[in-house]
Design a protein around this ligand. Structure first.
Ligand SMILES: Cc1ncc(COP(=O)(O)O)c(C=O)c1O
Length: 389
């Protein structure tokens, strides 16, 4: 079955028992379940922290979509990362992470995990030799990366990293928040876990914070459920419902946003105020071929560097359609300076290593008409229309 069909009517495809034939996901907002009043010969429910029919239905859909064995819908994307760490790591372990990662991941690794005596090594995952050297010289338990990376938009060859991880007996997890399962399926490429923030493209409307993690094997799927119950990471039924509202349109939204991002990136490239445009959908991107091979849809996030920090401030201040907001993948377009917002927890030294300055702006392209977005940037930078290609 194609993904669009699966997502068009999720109650049909989830393992959900509903006596009334509900055509949208029913919200079972209850803490407990009465053992005496449940259907015979069906899964029995007990307590919603452990299991809940609304949440289980979405977990079924995400498991099918990611080609996994099972998983957990978590309260946030960070909750999915935390559940991964809780499940697979113990004191004394070492994690290998792509240097360009979400600021919240960096904070968790450097502050929370360090307190538990868990060490982090960083590497550039586009350099297989660097990755293998770290794996060879350290006992790595877990390898973790995003692709595209955030905010540098590098593309990691997930199959190659999965093979290296296996060679050195490390587990491999992919943060699939940006590409989503509509674009790439990390478990098919050899990863052990695919996790994501559903706050972004998956829910799509900025109405909820949410996450999920799906494991490739029954063993790890069961362990995730065990730790989620133990640590209380699971998502509330109402928030699951909000996420489910975005699913039928996911593929269509992402395809439309991709086309707008291509057009916007080409426009930005033509501006003398912009010194660099990073977008994996541009043939000039260093991993363009890999991006096209690995992803069905290029996610609509661009990172640009302007001539100066003052110019990026001018862009942020004067645009009317782009909110100054973190996050991406929603219906509304957004701008942010990562060094001041989403990646503010990075040290100056680590910001330098990933090439971030205050002149770098991340643009998340939404569902507005792209001509309006282009006109908005033109007026913000006070560019005469005749100067644009
Ligand atoms: C790549 C990535 N992973 C994880 C997260 C965390 O997700 P949430 O904000 O839903 O906790 C984010 C949030 O921006 C993100 O960009």
């Amino acid at each position: 079955m194609q993904l669009e069909t699966l997502l068009a009517n999720i109650t049909q495809h989830a393992n959900l028992v509903d006596a009334y034939g509900a055509t949208h996901l029913p919200i079972y907002n209850t803490a407990t379940f009465d053992h005496k009043r449940q259907f015979p010969n069906h899964k029995n429910y007990d307590y919603s922290r452990t299991d809940n029919p609304t949440r289980n239905a979405l977990e079924d859909i995400f498991t099918i979509a990611e080609n996994g064995a099972g998983g957990v819908c978590t309260n946030t994307g960070v909750g999915a990362l935390a559940l991964l760490f809780d499940t697979v790591l113990k004191s004394g372990d070492t994690v290998l992470v792509e240097r360009d990662c979400y600021g919240g991941t960096y904070r968790m690794l450097n502050i929370l995990l360090e307190k538990q005596n868990i060490k982090t090594c960083y590497a550039d995952f586009t350099d297989a030799i660097e990755v293998e050297n770290v794996l060879k010289n350290n006992a790595i338990t877990l390898v973790l990366c995003e692709s595209p990376t955030n905010p540098s938009l590098k593309i990691v060859d997930l199959k190659a990293v999965a093979e290296l991880s296996k060679k050195y007996n490390a587990l491999f997890a992919v943060d699939n928040s940006m590409a989503t399962f509509a674009s790439q399926k990390p478990l098919d490429l050899g990863a052990d876990f695919s996790l994501f923030s559903a706050t972004k493209f998956i829910s799509g409307h900025g109405s909820v914070v949410a996450g999920a993690i799906i494991a490739k094997t029954d063993y790890w799927a069961e362990r995730l459920c065990y730790f989620s119950n133990a640590n209380g990471r699971a998502q509330s039924p109402f928030d699951v419902f909000l996420v489910s509202l975005g699913l039928p349109t996911l593929v269509y939204r992402m395809k439309t946003q991709e086309q707008s991002a291509i057009q916007l990136s080409e426009f930005l490239l033509s501006l003398s105020e912009v010194v660099e445009v990073k977008f994996p959908g541009l043939p000039s991107h260093p991993q363009y071929e890999l991006a096209k091979r690995q992803m069905k849809i290029i996610p609509s996030v661009l990172t640009i560097t302007l001539k100066s920090a003052e110019k990026s401030e001018q862009l942020i201040r004067n645009t009317k359609l782009f909110g100054e907001k973190v996050s991406f993948g929603t219906s509304d377009s957004r701008l942010e300076i990562p060094s001041k917002m989403s990646h503010a927890t990075y040290s100056e030294e680590d910001l330098k290593k990933i090439g971030l300055t205050h002149a770098t702006v991340r643009i998340a392209v939404g569902l507005e008409n792209v001509d309006d977005l282009i006109a908005d940037i033109q007026q913000a930078l006070k560019i005469e229309t005749s100067k644009c290609v």
